[in-house]
Structures are given as structure tokens and as C-alpha cells.
Design a binder for this molecule. Structure first.
Ligand code: PEP
Ligand code: MG
Length: 302
């Protein structure tokens, strides 16, 4: 019950046999922090940064972005805050981006594709994130990655941004950089991607959509949108293995991460972090604390 879940506040997210899991929350705006604290999340595993753009009539300034990131970083007081860079596309209406209408926005000009194509917009956001990094424990994460080349281009832009900040005498930290694994391409080359970044976070919402070729927004297909499909779970397992081999920690920030029927399986795969809606934190903590990985289990989905 809700009352019993409340008793899990302040408790560790640790299995019976002592495996500690990072249990973070997903947020979309600074106002979501209320429920982050109410539900005792241990960090922010996904700060979706779209809202700052969607709610405006024109590009948010570096200062506006910086203030938002800084306030979340400060509120979390040393706990991790993973800021995802802009994931906007033709499906999201932002007039000032002047995007053409597309037949297939989910596979279109969006997210990192748009950011690499418009480096001035991207660098403004990167500057804000790196400036905010000195006010807490900030990491940055890039969405919709499909290639090593994209990651290298991003890292070049990041180096430019750092160089500019140094020239202006503005403080920043060399924060962790990670990528979302949310395309089958990224999952299948996760061994190569692992040597480029510090962490992976699996976006199961999009990974399911692209793996099954099922539009996540089409209600008529809801019955076919099966995140438990073995194709999705096999990729997840592969991503964890490849990530760990390449020295990355691996988390899940899609909705599937909150599915308590899979919590123990995720932990057995070696998932290091789960980032879920704030309202799901305590039920996932309950499931983690109930799991015992020292008891062997046969795995139906492998
Ligand atoms: C995902 O795709 O699983 C994800 C977390 O990103 P979003 O839901 O914002 O696309
Ligand atoms: Mg996504």
C-alpha cells in the first residue's frame, strides 16, 4: 500500500544479497523536483530538456538554460543530475525552429541530428550545462545516437565549448558524458560506442518503437507495443555486457525501467541504474529490496 511504500523513504535501494542499485528519477522541468523529494529519488537519471524550448516563443538564452540546470544541480546537493540535450523534432511544435513538416517525424530531423546540424543552438545548451556543472554533480547525455561518428562530432563540439569557457575564465568541470541507447543501431554497436563515452542509458520507449517498427504514439498499435519482446530484452542484455566490457556503467531511463515484473531480471543482467518517474521510485525500491540475486533463476527471455 501507499503507506507501506512511504516507509521505504530514506532506505537504501539494495538487494537482499547486497547489490546496490542507483535509483534515480526522470524529470521534465524544475517544478518536478517537488515529487523527486517527496519520493526520495537518489538522483536525476534523465532531465528531459525539451520543456525549456517548448514553452518559449524564441530560443531560450544560455542564461535561462543555465539558471534551470544550476537550480536542479543545487537542489540535488551533490547527487547526480543527468541532463539530456535537446530531443526535439518535427512532431513537437516549436515555430522558431522553422522545421519542415515531415511524413515520418519519429525517423526524421530530430534530437542529435538537428543539434549537429545547428551547432550554434547545440553549443548554447552545452555551455549552459558545463557552466552549471560546478554547482553540483552534473552529467550530460545525448539522445538518438546511431553512430560512433556522431559521438566524435559531439565530443569535438564539447571541446570547443570548454576551450571557449576557459578563454572567458568561466569555471566548469570535466563531467561524465553518456549516450542514450534507444536505436537498434546503437544497441548493435554498443561495443564500439562504449569506448567513446562514460555511460549508457537505455531509452526503452524509443528502443521498443524502432526495434518492433511500432509507432509509440499510435494508440491503435498499443497491443503490439511490447517492451517485453525478447528482441528488446536481448538488446538490453547485450548493451549491459558491451557497456561493462568497455568501462561504462549502464542504466535504463525508459518506462520499462519502472516495470517491477522485470526489476530482478534487470539486476541479474547487471543494470547499474534505474531512472523512473518520481511516482514509481518507491515501488521499484521495494522490488529491489525484495530481490535476491544469490538464488539462481532460469531466464525465460534469454
Ligand atoms: C526513451 O526513448 O525511452 C526515453 C527515455 O526518451 P523519451 O521518452 O524522451 O523519448
Ligand atoms: Mg527517446
Amino acid at each position: 500500500s501507499a503507506e507501506l511504500l512511504q516507509q521505504l523513504k530514506g532506505k537504501e535501494s539494495v538487494t537482499k544479497d547486497g547489490k546496490k542499485v542507483q535509483l534515480y528519477a526522470n524529470i521534465g522541468s524544475v517544478s518536478d523536483m517537488v515529487s523527486v523529494f517527496a519520493n526520495d529519488a537518489e538522483g536525476i537519471g534523465l532531465f528531459r530538456s525539451e520543456f525549456l524550448y517548448l514553452e518559449k516563443e524564441d530560443y531560450p538564452t544560455e542564461e535561462e538554460l543555465f539558471q534551470a540546470y544550476k537550480s536542479v544541480a543545487e537542489m540535488m546537493a551533490g547527487k547526480k543530475v543527468i541532463i539530456r540535450t535537446l530531443d526535439i523534432g518535427a512532431d513537437k511544435q516549436v515555430e522558431y525552429f522553422h522545421m519542415e513538416k515531415e511524413e515520418n517525424p519519429a525517423m526524421g530531423y530530430r534530437a542529435i541530428r538537428l543539434c549537429l546540424d545547428r551547432p550554434a543552438v547545440f553549443k548554447t545548451q552545452l555551455r549552459a550545462i558545463f557552466r552549471a556543472s560546478v554547482f553540483g554533480n552534473v552529467s550530460v547525455m545525448y539522445p538518438m545516437i546511431i553512430s560512433v561518428d556522431e559521438v566524435r562530432k559531439i565530443k569535438e563540439l564539447v571541446e570547443e565549448v570548454k576551450k571557449e569557457l576557459r578563454a572567458e575564465d568561466i569555471a566548469y568541470k570535466d563531467i561524465e558524458q553518456g549516450i542514450m541507447i534507444e536505436t537498434p543501431a546503437a544497441a548493435l554497436i554498443s561495443d564500439l560506442l562504449a569506448s567513446e563515452v562514460d555511460f549508457f542509458s537505455v531509452g526503452t520507449n524509443d528502443l521498443t518503437q524502432y526495434t518492433l517498427a511500432i509507432d509509440r504514439q499510435n494508440a491503435k498499435l498499443d497491443a503490439h507495443y511490447d517492451a517485453h519482446h525478447p528482441a528488446v530484452l536481448r538488446m538490453l542484455r547485450m548493451v549491459v555486457e558491451n557497456g561493462h566490457k568497455g568501462g561504462c556503467w549502464v542504466g535504463i531511463c525508459g518506462e520499462l525501467g519502472a516495470d517491477i515484473s522485470l526489476t530482478e531480471e534487470f539486476l541479474r543482467m547487471g543494470v547499474d541504474e534505474l531512472s523512473v518517474s518520481p511516482s514509481r521510485v518507491l515501488s521499484v525500491r521495494k522490488e529491489i529490496r525484495r530481490s535476491d540475486l544469490s538464488v539462481p533463476k532460469t531466464d525465460k527471455n534469454a
